[in-house]
Design a protein around this ligand. Structure first.
Ligand SMILES: [Zn+2]
Length: 281
């Protein structure tokens, strides 16, 4: 089992310490696509997966989800969260065993998800969720100092519901002077880089567990594609995610690192529970 960089009490203490460093954006990777943002004393959680629900669900099946990295923090201990988002319906991004304790611990927590999956998203969040916003492509919501704007994700294709709304999203998150692209699970698609490259993305958080382009079983960018997308959109820095969670669906960041170095893209590989602090532009 991979140990987080920080976990439990030490992780919470680091979040407290960061509060003294105002004016900067603090970012922690929580494993898989889970990210915690701290800006101006407020906290946003993106795609948190902080339970063992998938490991338990698939025990004794032919798809065992063996956890690789120990959990960073129990969701009920995160009692200071203002906003939580989910990019799509898959449980490693929309987990009832993470969301229900989180909503129970945070009475005013705002929930953002694709409008196309609202019924299921609210069912998984449970009865404690009282404030929510369903988004579709180009729609945005501003709350607690964070603005979330939706952009389609192709997992493995851009799929829409009967009303034409995207089932899979990424989010462009603005907080103060910082702009973040959290892609959700996606492959490259026509127009993605073009839409993003005019947006002055500071930090891109991109999956790297995709396999060879001709297969794409994982439905995600591989490390080379993630590095190239970051470069194509002019991201100041890129952080890889969606690996080291489940043994059957992971990748080494080595190819990502090599391609970033090859194309001259600045990057940071975090461990789960590790903080990246971004200085103002
Ligand atoms: Zn996923």
């Amino acid at each position: 089992m991979i140990e987080p960089f920080l976990s439990d009490d030490a992780f919470l203490a680091d979040i407290q310490r960061a509060l003294d460093d105002a004016g900067k954006l603090h970012v922690w990777w929580l494993g898989q696509s889970g990210v915690l943002l701290q800006w101006n004393g407020k906290h946003a959680l993106l795609d948190p997966y902080l339970s063992d629900s998938l490991t338990q669900k698939y025990t004794a099946t032919d798809k065992p989800h063996v956890r690789m990295t120990r959990r960073v923090i129990a969701p009920e201990r995160l009692d200071f969260i203002d906003v939580v988002s989910a990019s799509h319906i898959h449980t490693d991004h929309l987990d009832p065993e993470t969301l229900q304790p989180l909503f129970a611990a945070n009475r005013n927590l705002h929930f953002i998800f694709p409008a196309a999956i609202q019924t299921e998203a609210l069912a998984r969040a449970g009865a404690s969720c009282r404030s929510f916003f369903g988004l579709d492509d180009t729609q945005a919501i501003a709350t607690n100092g964070f603005t979330f704007r939706a952009i389609p994700a192709a997992h493995n294709a851009i799929e829409r519901d009967e009303k034409g709304r995207c089932q899979f999203l990424g989010y462009i998150v603005d907080c103060g002077p910082y702009r973040i692209y959290h892609s959700g699970d996606t492959l490259l698609y026509d127009g993605l880089a073009e839409r993003l490259k005019h947006l002055n993305i500071y930090l891109a958080l991109l999956p790297i567990n995709g396999d060879r382009p001709e297969r794409h079983v994982a439905g995600n960018l591989n490390g080379v594609e993630a590095a190239q997308l970051a470069k194509a959109i002019g991201a100041k820095i890129v952080v890889p995610c969606h690996y080291d969670m489940f043994e059957f669906n992971t990748a080494s960041p080595n190819e990502f690192v090599a391609e970033c170095e090859h194309v001259g893209q600045s990057f940071r590989v975090l461990r789960a529970g590790e903080r990246l602090t971004l200085e103002s532009l």
